[in-house]
Design a protein around this ligand. Sequence first.
Ligand code: PMP
Length: 284
Amino acid sequence: MIYLNGEFMPIETAVIPVLDRGFIFGDGVYEVIPVYSRQPFRLGEHLSRLQTSLDSIRLNNPRTDAEWRTLINRIVELNETEDQSIYLQVTRGVAKRDHAFPKSVKPTVFIMSSPLLPPTADQLHTGVAAITAVDNRWLRCDVKSTALLPNVLLRQLAADAGCAETLLLRDGMLTEGAASNVFVVNQGVLLAPPKSNLMLPGITYEVVLELAQANDVPFDVRNISESELLGAEEIWITSSSREILPVTTLNGVAVGSGRPGPVFRRMRELYQDHKAQDMKAARG
Ligand code: PMP
């Protein structure tokens, strides 16, 4: 069951007019929210990032936070699995094709759910492979825009190489993955690129840094060069759907020992504990 512009319906019956600016221009923003045991995780943070994305593209938020919460909880109820991935999208609506904003149209609001499939035991045990590529996206990667063609093309490079992710380098510095943030461990210190217009401020990225801070995991938020990435002891990718995933092969070469490292194992434990506590608190 999905939500579209005020109505709940089966996804098979949901239809969007061809002049929707999301379809024509990719003129919209989105969020992906993980749900564990029917409790949305870090929903406040996701709604606040949605507001920032909407502000960036000069689109009024069509729902209040309370309304978003109600709609999302209803979609969670209407779908089967305990763990879900909630996708929500707002576009600038349906109007005659013209690049400049239409006067007074209603935004299109869409929410769907799919089963949340966190990393498999095998992926956590052996890690995944990644490649690097030049980050050729625009200069507003902090906006969670539905216009994802550059990300699609960059991720396909990984798929073509039988890899899980493409790690992006702009001017010789690590930005993020095609659909994830990236962490590096060097000399036992966890490193993360600083938030800027060149990367999406990931909710999972934020959680990892909070957990590092709260648990005395040595970390530093600073620019990471290509040579530091290629010589890293550990590399992880993070996202709401993949949580924290170790990258153990980069460009065909083993990362560190070629196995998920000790800092990853520690952070994975902290992350699992944190999620469990958060779910418990949400249930009251
Ligand atoms: N960067 C990009 C480009 C992404 O697409 C994503 C996942 N949507 C992330 C980072 C990770 O963000 P989050 O942890 O909020 O899922």
